[in-house]
Design a binder for this molecule. Structure first.
Ligand code: PGA
Length: 247
């Protein structure tokens, strides 16, 4: 694991965008795995700025999002379809058909999971961007999820619903289930870029660096991946006692 320590959220966002911009320029058909939440928002702003001010094109880019709530229509402002559209896609020139997000309204959710995993296998994600939950989740793979899981329907934990309640009218309004890429799906990516910012993430980051690998702490699986870069700011690293280095 390569760990890059940055001063703050803005620096994290810039570094993360730079990693993606490099791949987007290098590869003829880059496939990028994307995340939602507060963490990657600044990275999306940087990518939009590169598109608008430096002519970076996304015409040849394919994206896969990690997850989507079950039961929210894409038009719901809290759906991840809506989040991605508003935060990123509508500001860039990516073709609609290159965007992939699980369909949380599918009549047959199991079939949707199978379809999504097959697409990931076909396209092969080059760089997967991840946030980290306060409970160590990656995507919506909650503690206790098997490391062998591929894309599946998951029940969100109380702590995840509480953490995401800030976007909804109440904690009760947060959907109880989601479709998420599984841990095994994420681990198929060639490279993984995990971002962490703020004191809220300090405990999870310290636990990740402790090196204990357990399904009780999903992010710990990343120790098994050959190419992980973690970009974390001073606050997120405040309980970890480490400078930028490799572990
Ligand atoms: P956040 O969520 O970026 O909103 O903190 C990250 C996550 O829960 O994976």
């Amino acid at each position: 694991m390569k760990i890059i320590r940055v001063p703050d959220y803005e620096a994290m966002s810039k570094q993360a965008a730079d990693v993606l911009i490099k791949r987007i320029k290098e590869l003829p058909a880059p496939v990028i795995g994307l995340a939602t939440g507060s963490t990657p928002k600044g990275m999306y702003e940087q990518l939009i700025s590169a598109h608008q001010n430096e002519g970076l094109s996304f015409r040849h880019v394919t994206t896969f999002n990690l997850d989507e709530y079950i039961g929210l229509p894409p038009s719901d402002p809290n759906s991840y379809h809506s989040f991605m559209q508003e935060t990123f896609f509508r500001h860039i020139d990516i073709p609609l058909e290159n965007i992939h997000i699980p369909n949380g309204e599918a009549a047959l959710l199991e079939n949707e999971c199978t379809r999504y995993e097959a697409l990931i296998d076909k396209k092969e994600i080059d760089v997967q961007v991840l946030g980290i939950g306060e409970n160590g989740h990656i995507g919506f793979n909650e503690p206790g999820t098997s490391f062998d899981q591929i894309t599946h329907v998951t029940t969100l934990t109380h702590s995840t619903r509480q953490a995401n309640a800030r976007f909804f009218q109440s904690a009760e309004a947060v959907p109880k289930q989601a479709i998420t890429m599984g841990i095994a799906s994420i681990m198929k990516s060639r490279k993984i870029l995990l971002l962490a910012s703020g004191l809220r993430k300090a405990e999870a980051v310290a636990r990740l660096f402790s090196g204990n690998i357990s399904e009780d702490f999903p992010a710990s699986v990343l120790h098994h991946h050959p190419c992980v870069t973690i970009i974390a700011d001073n606050e997120a690293l405040s309980l970890s006692n480490m400078k930028g280095r490799t572990i």
